[in-house]
Design a protein around this ligand. Structure first.
Ligand SMILES: [Zn+2]
Length: 459
């Protein structure tokens, strides 16, 4: 009736360590929650869609490179190589994409995300131009392809349009890297402003933000330029930070300071900024990131895949940096796994348990990520917040026996028992995207992914 929607949740996680039984959620036609009632019996919830199992806010994947999904398993054969041989394979794939194949692949990848409960993605996008570096005729077909892909998959996107200007400190872009370059921060900003002004970018499920690829790929003057653009537009600003020791060594050799210190001196840290990885940091770096309120996006399954190391998540949190999560290279698309890995990797690194309570891990996987992507009212089940929901079945083998009576210990059950395969229903902005484990508009996602990836390697 008049576009209002109602869902009755058998159990809903509303922010603590336990879940609440019998939660009736109502949203207006704009997809924003208008009321959340608890202790409602199913029989009383007339005209409500029934969400059996455990419902949590839609998950937020704060760091993605959609096209890396084409590398899954292909970079694991034989000894798997190093980070740098992985990068060569990634470049080979990057060279083959055009706007049509990029859109087809990204739509399938975003649909895979939706099936796993992800309702918002931060896409760190640097494939801007044609393979020889010339702009596409309409200016930004590749960025537009990502917005169209997110719309097709039915999820929110913050397009983190990435400035990528050099092949290393003081080195020109070479080969496929020429696709990434905009000349300088001014050229980058002109292209981003154009994209942000297109109708596809001006819909309620899209935001355009800024990214600095890394201190390897953006000279200091342009770091400052991108940071200024983000400040002027109140936009999120993301940056890959200290993922590999080699980046720190190159930065120290060229500038006499760490990447964190360089970014701080150039105005690129702060509450709207998000440092991705933050693996190899000094104590001063940790203090500077925390003091500035810069959030940290950890990508544990990628960091283990690439042998990056384990970042100091607990120390960063204690210093003042909020934590969020990303699936980055999509070696795995399962934010439940990223959430528990934040705790479990820290256990391995420290020899101690108990760093991040389950509710804090779910917060990292939901509203903390949304905040880092510039969404103020996304990631909680609360009046005034977006009706983005994700339901886990509790009667399957993964969660069976994990929950106490009336939802006791539900956050732990979700984080340590949950997984992409347990997600049955997903709602984004009040719209049903996944029902009964199937994508409602795109149909079977597996064949779609297989087709998109096979056509790239054949091309
Ligand atoms: Zn990345």
């Amino acid at each position: 009736v008049s576009g209002r929607r109602r869902w009755w949740c058998e159990l809903a996680w509303l922010g603590g360590e336990d879940a609440t039984p019998g939660v009736l959620i109502e949203a207006g036609p704009d997809g924003v929650i208008t009321s959340v009632a608890t202790a409602v019996a199913g029989a009383e919830a007339t005209e409500a869609a029934v969400l059996s199992g455990l419902t949590v806010p839609g998950l937020v994947n704060a760091h993605s490179h959609a096209f890396h999904r084409g590398l899954r398993a292909w970079t694991q054969v034989a000894d798997g190589g190093s980070f740098w041989t992985w990068r060569e394979r990634m470049y080979a794939l990057a060279a083959r994409l055009d706007p049509d194949s990029y859109q087809a692949l990204a739509a399938a990848v975003f649909a895979e995300m939706a099936l796993s409960g992800i309702t918002t993605v931060g896409e760190f996008h640097y494939l801007h131009h044609q393979p020889d570096g010339r702009p596409y005729p309409a200016g930004d077909e590749m960025g537009a392809a990502l917005l169209a892909a997110a719309a097709a998959a039915g999820i929110r996107i913050t397009l983190l349009d990435t400035c990528y200007l050099t092949g290393g400190i003081g080195q020109p872009l070479e080969g496929v890297q020429r696709r990434f370059g905009d000349g300088d921060a001014g050229g980058w900003a002109a292209r981003v402003d154009r994209l942000a002004g297109t109708p596809d970018a001006k819909v309620p499920t899209v935001k355009v933000g800024a990214a600095i690829h890394s201190v390897r790929a953006v000279p200091p003057a342009s770091v400052a330029g991108v940071a200024n653009w983000a400040r002027h537009h109140h936009a999120p600003l993301h940056v890959h930070l200290s993922e590999q020791p080699a980046e720190n060594e190159a930065c120290l050799a060229a500038y006499g300071k760490t990447p964190t210190r360089l970014l701080g001196d150039l105005g690129a840290l702060g509450e709207r900024s998000c440092a991705v990885h933050a693996t190899h940091l000094s104590d001063d770096d940790i203090a500077a990131l925390g003091r500035s309120g810069t959030s940290i996006c950890m990508c544990p399954t990628t960091e283990r895949d690439l042998a990056d190391g384990i970042g100091p998540a607990g120390a960063l949190l204690a210093a003042g940096s909020p934590l969020c999560l990303g699936s980055d290279s999509h070696a795995v698309i399962d934010l439940w796994e990223e959430a528990r890995a934040l705790e479990l990797d820290e256990r391995l690194a420290t020899g101690r348990r108990g760093h991040h309570p389950p509710a804090a891990l779910l917060a990292a996987a939901t509203w903390r990520g949304a905040e880092a992507l510039g969404w103020d009212h996304v990631g909680r089940i609360e009046a005034g917040w977006a009706a983005d929901l994700c339901t886990l079945r509790t009667d399957g083998v993964a969660l069976a026996g994990t929950l106490g009576a009336d939802g006791i210990g539900a956050a732990a059950a979700a984080v340590y028992g949950g997984g992409a395969g347990s997600v049955t229903d997903v709602v984004v902005g009040g719209r049903t995207v996944v029902a009964g484990g199937e994508h409602v508009t795109l149909g079977p996602v597996g064949p779609r992914l297989a087709g998109a990836i096979a056509s790239l390697w054949e091309a």
